[in-house]
Design a protein around this ligand. Structure first.
Ligand code: AMP
Length: 282
């Protein structure tokens, strides 16, 4: 296990000297099968795989769950042994943000709506830590989950605009058997909330059927269907239902090309997000 940036750089140099391709999987730990699927994909593409585990304080708002966020490091390390024992980078906060740290990476455009509106500093924190991890690890390829669709857009934009020589690979969302997208935050749900949470993925499946099978093209009709499905659970508060262009994240009025539906909702105090990418032939 590597804990300092200096050690990480040394490891990275060694791998590149051995002509190895470095694959980075950035995580905040509390690992589940979604994270492990990224590691498995990384194992197929790269011969030196690095998983970072760091609960990044700068991507949490003041009233969010930074202190509560689960940190089961021993379990995480054990799980990683089941997927080829990648190298693990577990820095502490002072290592990533030493006293006097005073840089923030801001990506415009795609970081503004949805999560950006509700969590104003979130993507600056994400972009800053991801760039630091790219630089310190010397990653050739980095693996992200489609589960955090907007995050992928932000990272891609940063990589494109700053000409960062890292290839971005996006892996499909891994779900529980009933359809709920796996998330470290699912641990916060009570038994009854966990049962209710399935309505999020169910609403997306309904919407996907409307678009692909029933050929419904009017965005407001689809949005209303999603809303009324989610609202069958009175304890859920919807933050947003975005039906947008997957590249720009601009809202659509009519669905006649590839579309992503982004949803976020709160069940009690737990905030969950999910999305579905729909490829259409109009
Ligand atoms: P996190 O630890 O939540 O910051 O997530 C680390 C990485 O795992 C991010 O790229 C996420 O998009 C990805 N991820 C989280 N949940 C899932 C999931 N259910 N399926 C696939 N990837 C996921």
């Amino acid at each position: 296990m590597i804990t300092t940036i200096e050690e990480l750089r040394r490891w990275s140099r060694q791998q590149h000297n051995l002509q190895k391709k470095i694959g980075l999987v950035p995580t905040m730990g509390a690992l589940h099968d979604g994270h492990l699927s990224l590691v498995k994909t990384a194992n197929q593409c790269c011969n030196a795989v690095l998983v970072s585990i760091f609960v990044n304080p700068t991507q949490f708002g003041v009233n969010e769950d930074f202190h509560q966020y689960p940190r089961p490091l021993e379990d995480d390390l054990r799980l990683l042994q089941t997927v080829g024992s990648p190298e693990v980078f577990v820095p502490n906060t002072a290592e990533m943000y030493p006293a006097g740290f005073d840089v923030s990476v801001h990506v415009g455009g795609v970081s503004q709506p949805f999560e950006g509106q509700i969590r104003p500093a979130h993507f600056d924190g994400v972009a800053t830590i991801v760039l630091k991890l790219f630089l310190a690890s010397g990653a050739d390829t980095a693996f992200f989950g489609q589960k955090d669709f907007q995050q992928v857009c932000v990272v891609r934009k940063m990589v494109d605009d700053l000409n960062i020589p890292v290839e971005i690979v996006v892996c499909p969302t891994i779900r529980e058997p009933d359809g709920l997208a796996m998330s470290s935050r699912n641990k916060y749900l009570s038994k009854s909330q966990r049962l209710q949470a399935v309505v999020l993925s169910q609403s997306l499946t309904l919407a996907e059927k409307m678009i692909t099978d029933e050929k419904i093209r009017d965005v407001e009709t689809v949005r209303q269907k999603i809303r009324s499905k989610i609202e069958t659970v009175p304890d859920i508060k919807i933050d947003y239902i975005g039906i947008v262009d997957p590249k720009t994240l601009h809202e659509l009025t009519t669905i006649n090309s590839d579309t992503v539906i982004l949803i976020a909702a709160k069940i009690g105090t737990t905030r969950l997000i999910d999305n579905v990418l729909i490829t259409t032939t109009s």
